[in-house]
Design a protein around this ligand. Structure first.
Ligand SMILES: Cc1ncc(COP(=O)(O)O)c(C=O)c1O
Length: 243
């Protein structure tokens, strides 16, 4: 099997064309450089992608991976494990959060946050409090609930009835948000800085006003920090946002 010819054409034969990768197939990387099957060298200006912008094969990462791989590979949720507990403690100590939930993707994290927000609102305020407000051109993942909340028709339409009671307003448009919100609002979901939408920063007063509106209407404010979290954008959010 390892002698099999692996070419870009093979992608078109055996892979679902969800993406259209370049002709080049990198086989090795080091720092900012990658080499293809013909040993041609490239500089990878992305250094990975999105949150995985770690460059290629940093020795510290390779060694951590090897060390754990030789110790214990995988466990089910029936058992916990030391690395997960160490990481959870570090995250709790470094952030506003009291608890950590690990999952496989940003979509899954947001799906869980949306379900949790709905359950919380229904349990505490009644069955009518289900409206989720999000921002146009947002992105929150590829599940049906998260593409619906994402507000980009290209991702969410054409699959029949969507999860209900999801509304959208323009990012940074406080008046539109005010007009849309009521005591029926369960949660407002926002990226603290829109990524896929085109790297759009919020006006500082906008985020503060969203926080206040949520408090006023007993709505939860869900920050999707899949791209922006863990200090990737520099200094952390001011603490009043979490209050
Ligand atoms: C803001 C934001 N939320 C959620 C996601 C979805 O994350 P994942 O691709 O890990 O499901 C992404 C990117 O893909 C994102 O940019």
């Amino acid at each position: 099997m390892s002698d099999m010819a692996v070419t870009r054409e093979l992608f078109d034969q055996v892979m679902v064309p969800n993406y259209a990768p370049a002709e080049v197939i990198p086989v090795r990387g080091q720092g900012a450089r990658v080499w293809d099957q013909q040993n041609r060298e490239y500089i990878d200006f992305a250094g990975g992608i999105a949150v995985n912008c770690l460059g290629h094969c940093h020795p510290a990462l390779v060694s951590a991976l090897k060390e754990q791989g030789e110790k214990l590979w995988h466990l089910s949720n029936v058992l916990t494990n030391e690395p997960a507990l160490r990481l959870a403690k570090k995250l709790v100590d470094a952030t506003f959060a009291d608890k950590v939930y690990f999952c496989n993707s940003g979509a899954e994290a947001n799906e869980a946050a949306l379900k949790l927000a709905r359950r919380y609102a229904i349990d505490h305020f009644g069955a009518d409090k289900t409206q989720i407000i999000a921002f146009k051109q947002g992105f929150h993942g590829r599940t049906f609930f998260t593409v619906t909340v994402g507000g980009q028709a290209a991702y969410s339409d054409g699959f029949g009835p969507k999860p209900a009671d999801v509304d959208h307003v323009e990012y940074n448009d406080l008046d539109a948000l005010k007009a849309m919100m009521s005591d029926r609002t369960c949660a407002v979901v926002m990226e603290p800085l829109q990524g896929e939408g085109g790297i759009i920063s919020p006006e500082p007063d906008f985020v503060k006003a969203v926080r206040e509106l949520c408090d006023q209407h007993n709505a939860l404010l869900v920050f999707d920090e899949v791209q922006t979290g863990v200090g990737r954008t520099g200094a952390s959010m001011p603490t009043w946002i979490w209050a």
